[in-house]
Design a protein around this ligand. Structure first.
Ligand SMILES: CC(=O)[C@@H](O)[C@H](O)COP(=O)(O)O
Ligand SMILES: NCC(=O)COP(=O)(O)O
Length: 237
């Protein structure tokens, strides 16, 4: 079985657009778990444009499934994660102003840096996953950092699969096979959706967890909007 960790960044984006507490991020996290999701993912960014650092703290008492915090391990992020003690931290090499994550780690160049960070989180009993492109050298490098898992950066797969190119899965399958051989757990995320998740899962051996946010929230709007429009129409009769 592959666990679904729902990334709730976009709920915070919507909330922040009006300055109040609608939608209520904590209620959404609680409901998503009640509906069966096995994890909650957040990716606080330095400008706090969606998830605020305080959200990460507040979610601690709400998330009873797997709590996954993603981000670039700068000092204030490390402090936040150590304070929240999630189940898992996913290290992502984001530039400070990145619109969204757009690359995996160069685990070869950053081996000693990542080793230090991984060891700090391990001392605090937090599982560590490293965000990587599906490149065999990067998987081997991830193993050397001492990380427990990799998260395969799936944007390229999602894009190509959307264009009908099923072969785009090959590097991901190969990366997952190698990771499994090395004893690294395999997670995946970025632009996974209802359209591509079945094919992706079928081709990735021992896929432990996917984190999905952008498409899942967009799909929730599309699949829910007819119902809500009709509820308004009924009230306006
Ligand atoms: C690491 C990853 O792929 C996701 O966490 C993604 O970056 C979501 O972040 P945004 O919601 O800020 O785009
Ligand atoms: N780690 C990936 C994630 O949390 C969600 O990415 P996306 O579905 O918002 O692209």
């Amino acid at each position: 079985m592959t666990k679904l960790s729902v990334n709730i960044n976009k709920i915070a984006t919507l909330r922040n657009s009006r300055g109040g507490n609608v939608p209520d991020l904590l209620k959404v996290a609680a409901d998503v778990q009640r509906f069966g999701a096995q994890g909650i993912t957040i990716h606080p960014r330095p400008d706090e444009r969606h998830i605020r650092y305080q959200d990460a703290r507040d979610l601690k008492s709400v998330v009873y499934t797997e709590y996954n915090i993603e981000g670039n391990p700068m000092d204030n992020f490390i402090d936040l994660v150590l304070e929240c003690k999630p189940t898992q931290v996913t290290l992502v090499p984001d530039a400070v102003n990145a619109l969204t994550s757009n690359a995996g780690w160069d685990t070869v160049k950053n081996e000693s840096y990542l080793k230090e960070v991984v060891s700090e989180f391990h001392k605090n009993h937090i599982r560590v996953s490293v965000f990587v492109d599906p490149v065999l050298e990067m998987i081997e490098g991830a193993k050397k950092t001492g990380a427990d898992r990799i998260e395969l950066y799936t944007e390229m797969f999602a894009h190509e699969y959307g264009l009908g190119n099923e072969k785009a899965i090959v590097p991901y399958t190969n990366a997952a096979v190698l990771a499994n051989e090395l004893g690294l757990g395999v997670n995946a995320g970025h632009d996974l959706s209802l359209q591509n998740i079945t094919f992706f899962k079928k081709n990735i051996p021992d896929l432990l967890e996917v984190s999905i946010g952008h498409a899942l929230i967009a799909e929730s709007i599309y699949l829910g909007i007819e119902n809500v429009v009709n509820m308004y129409l009924n009230k306006l009769k």
